[in-house]
Design a protein around this ligand. Structure first.
Ligand code: LLP
Length: 436
């Protein structure tokens, strides 16, 4: 029995439903592999974040970290819910612009933004650029001069906090490619440069300590650190930051072994820490911005697959192969990420065997689940992998020249195709012949 699927998600046929739509029918209508989002789930998480800020009565921005899943439809939903968004490339910015996302609510991140990307950000008058290094300060200055423009900026700080998570997901420690280091004085020097620049309006400070974090403590330490920084800056430079951006990273439940706080409860604790620190030092309570990605789209996403071949090796777990794999979800191969999978036609069916769910890509590491309890499946069964909405499609590839899947948004019993499945023709549309 899967604890993540509620009774309300099962229809009269006993099938899994997503956003009120039968998952087996979705698979038949749109084909597999298919990524399906329960849109209400996305909306309700954004609302839950916003509610905490409203209850705590502080100025805020819930900025959706769109690297988790970027598409026109997703920016539209985020906008409808009053979220801000952050982008990390010209491609994400372009997609947000195509969705008519209000540019004043967009911020731009990244440790090596190109000149073209910064120019695009300036031309579209986006809300903020989060500066990551000295090279970028100079590049932006040059662009602002050339274009006779202004820009709101924040400084990203490496707060020197190692979050307890998978090594690849740590971004806040000192030895990191992201942000200005504190101890060596780089952060102060960056502030001096920005304050001295008449075209840059310094609005605040940013830190992101990592992703899929369960420990509250890491966030509270980071919040304290940021307050310490802005207090120092007030003393040393007579500069009072008006925004503290604490990043994202709130961990979600992927399997029964995960037991995180609700994402909005992390945020409540962060807000309270900042308030306490501010009150202690008579510092005006700043606007608090968060940048959740995974917690907004992760639990809302499902990957549907059709089973095919089955390999039985006496004495070992059977391999049940599906029509997708590392091309639509690289996370198990890259981070040993684990997910739960159910039979879409009967999600609560009694499990009768433990299997490996094998992808179809030519690589031994292409196993989406090492040990999944399932009822016995036949070729043609539809499997639903749960909580796949973050960093699945956004990290999809065309490895083996497999097309990337379609993406469907389901809400109130209706399904809408929001990203088409790639066709074989799409796969060669950039190729040029070498023959005359
Ligand atoms: N803000 C910044 C500056 C970030 O670098 C990230 C994630 C976020 C916000 C959003 O973090 P989230 O709330 O989604 O945890 N591909 C990896 C995750 C990489 C996260 C990178 N930065 C994965 O699949 O686990």
């Amino acid at each position: 029995m899967n604890s993540q699927i509620t009774k309300e998600q099962i229809n009269e046929q006993g099938h899994l439903t997503i956003g009120g739509v039968d998952a087996v029918e979705l698979a038949h209508q749109f084909g597999t592999p298919l990524v399906v989002y329960d849109v209400e789930r996305i909306r309700s998480q954004i609302r839950a974040f916003r509610k905490v800020f409203e209850e705590e009565n502080v100025a805020y921005a819930v900025s959706y970290a769109s690297k988790a899943f970027s598409s026109i439809a997703m920016y539209q939903v985020a906008n409808e819910e009053g979220a801000y968004t952050d982008v990390v490339s010209a491609g994400e910015l372009y997609t947000a612009l195509k969705a008519d996302f209000p540019t004043s609510r967009i911020s731009f991140h990244g440790n090596n933004k190109s000149k073209a990307e910064l120019e695009m950000a300036v031309d579209h008058h986006i809300g903020k650029i989060i500066l990551d290094n000295f090279y970028e300060i100079e590049l932006l200055d040059q662009i602002l001069q050339e274009k006779d423009e202004q820009m709101k900026v924040m400084l990203r700080i490496a707060p020197g906090i190692s979050a307890h998570t998978h090594e690849y997901d740590q971004t806040g420690q000192v030895d990191s490619k992201f942000g200005f280091d504190l101890e060596s004085g780089q952060a102060d020097l960056a502030l001096e440069k920005v304050l001295a620049n008449p075209r840059m309006e310094m609005v605040g400070v940013h830190a992101h300590i990592g992703s899929q974090i369960f420990e509250l403590n890491g966030f509270q330490m980071a919040a304290k650190k940021l307050m310490e920084i802005v207090e120092n800056w007030r003393e040393q430079y007579d500069y009072t930051a008006s925004i503290l951006n604490v990043g994202g990273g709130f961990g979600i439940k992927y399997t029964a072994n995960d037991n995180p706080l609700r994402p909005e409860e992390f945020v409540r604790a962060i807000i309270q820490t900042i308030k306490e620190e501010a009150n202690k030092n008579d510092f005006p309570i700043p606007e608090i911005d968060i940048e959740p990605g995974r917690s907004i789209v992760g639990p809302a996403g499902y990957n549907l697959y059709t089973t095919g071949s089955r390999k039985i090796i006496p004495g070992y777990r059977p391999y049940v192969a599906i029509d997708g794999g590392m091309g639509d979800n690289i996370r198990p191969a890259l981070y040993d990420a684990e997910y739960e999978t159910v039979l879409a036609s009967d999600p609560h069916a009694k499990a009768t065997e433990h299997v490996r769910i094998a992808g179809k890509y030519c690589e031994s590491g292409d196993i989406l689940a090492q040990d999944q309890a399932l009822p016995v499946t036949q070729a043609g069964s539809i499997l639903a992998m749960l909580d796949t909405g973050a960093y699945g499609y956004s990290m999809a590839s065309n490895y083996n020249r497999n097309p990337r899947p379609a993406v469907v948004f389901a809400e109130n019993g209706k399904a809408k195709l929001v990203i088409k499945r790639e066709s074989l023709e799409d796969l060669v549309h950039l190729d040029q012949s070498y023959e005359d």
